[in-house]
Design a protein. Structure first.
Length: 74
């Protein structure tokens, strides 16, 4: 994956560790989940955990999704 082109990701959550000037996300990987799973208890505050490859979901609109890559600035 390191050699693949990365899409431009914009994010307005400025208290995220990966947030950059002009709302650019600087994370190596973005994990997006459906809101139905938003309350899942995770041991980490960023994506790329093994569970993310185990299932697929369908969202009808962007308001049904959330970003699991978020990590508070510290």
């Amino acid at each position: 994956m390191a050699n693949e082109a990365k899409p431009l990701v914009k994010c307005s959550v400025s208290n995220c560790h990966y947030w950059g000037e002009q709302n650019l996300c600087h994370a190596e990987m973005i994990m997006i989940e459906i809101d139905r799973h938003a309350n899942v208890k995770l041991n980490e505050e960023y994506g790329a955990e093994p569970y993310v490859d185990d299932h697929q979901d369908i969202a009808d609109k962007s308001s049904e999704t959330c970003c699991l890559t978020f990590k508070p600035k510290g």
